[in-house]
Ligand binder design. Structure first.
Ligand SMILES: [Fe+2]
Length: 341
């Protein structure tokens, strides 16, 4: 059974490789593996192809892409990997399937705190981890992450699993700033304030605020905009809440990245770098801002109006690489305090 499954898996990898090889013979192509939904990024690839004449072949999956690249090894057709969150970005680097992106354009356009010091990844756009506050029950306009552990919020907070990558990065940022002992204390306080066992996704936090189960939910910036503008069924969840951009005391708002990586064995490396550079162009950055509701990483590109309505984002200056370095510690603390129990 196991043998058959392995066989089937390698056959699938093989056929994928072969189809890429035959197509790649025509030159002028780039192969993208992406965790991002095709419908979100296809318009970007179409615009890139129109601009450069380079054809983009896309493999989209919700998990396992770095393992696939590892299994394909030197024969991997992948040139570029697109993913969200420093957690998945870091996993790809740890899997050893990437190489440094050597690009003056990337170094110039992407601020240093949103790039790997070793060049293995670069942020293309940002999202912030924020508060969906009940319009009726939350009066304050400002909030700190530290305050989420204040007993005044007892029984009032809804959040998804503490082991989800979005929370893992937030908790890792806390640990990076204050050390593990303080992070543990804070997590215990936050856990004590939860209205219910961590569950659902970010949208469901808004749903539960709308239903009166909690006063504040924790979620990413783009989900609220998607519910409000693109999802009539969930629009009431957004309408019952407003977004507050929290900050760390003496710091800014926790942000995470949509990132891009260059595959270690990229057969079309030059085109891969062209695509990566194009993704931080003004045109691409504007598309990211308006279609994905993310914050552009390139300065001077306008934030989407709904996102701008949250107020002015002051991103936490903590380098994303420091957050990545604390991911494991944060995951252990979540287990230690029984956050998800
Ligand atoms: Fe998401």
């Amino acid at each position: 059974m196991i043998y058959l499954r392995v066989l089937a898996a390698s056959a699938a990898v093989l056929s994928l490789t072969m189809s890429f090889v035959s197509e790649a013979a025509a030159n002028g192509e780039v192969n993208v593996y992406t965790y991002r939904e095709t419908k979100l990024i296809q318009p970007l690839f179409d615009a890139f192809s129109k601009d450069t004449g380079i054809k983009v072949n896309v493999v989209s999956a919700s998990s396992g892409l770095e393992q696939r690249m590892k299994a394909e090894g030197a024969n991997s057709p992948a040139d570029v990997l697109l993913t969200v969150d420093i957690g998945r970005i870091d996993e790809a680097v740890q899997a050893g399937v990437t190489q440094p992106i050597k690009s003056e354009v990337i170094d110039k356009v992407v601020p240093a705190q949103y790039r790997d010091p070793d060049g293995h990844w670069a942020g293309i756009s940002m999202r912030a981890r924020v508060i969906y506050a009940s319009k009726d029950r939350v009066k304050q306009d400002k909030i700190t992450y530290e305050e989420l552990a204040d007993p005044k919020w007892k029984g009032k907070i809804c959040i998804r699993s503490g082991q989800h990558i979005y929370n893992n990065a937030l908790f890792a940022a806390y640990a990076a700033k204050y050390g593990e002992a303080k992070a543990e204390e804070w997590l215990r306080g936050l856990k004590a304030n939860l209205a219910q066992k961590p569950s659902g996704g970010d949208r469901e936090a808004a749903r539960d605020v709308a239903a009166g189960k909690c006063d504040i939910g924790i979620g990413n910036t783009y989900y609220w905009a998607l519910m409000m503008n693109n999802d009539p069924e969930k629009k009431p969840w957004a309408e019952a809440t407003r977004v507050i951009l929290p900050t760390f005391e003496g710091g800014g708002t926790h942000v995470n990245l949509s990132g891009v990586l260059l595959a270690k064995n990229a057969p079309n490396k030059a085109n891969g770098i062209k695509l990566i550079e194009w993704l931080v162009s003004e045109q691409a950055q504007q598309m990211y801002a308006d279609q994905n509701y993310e914050y552009p990483v390139r300065s001077g590109v306008a934030v989407n109006a709904t996102i701008a309505g949250y107020g002015k984002l002051g991103p936490d200056p903590l380098p994303i690489a420091k957050i990545a370095a604390n991911r494991k510690a944060a995951a252990s603390l979540v287990d230690k305090v029984g956050f998800d129990n």
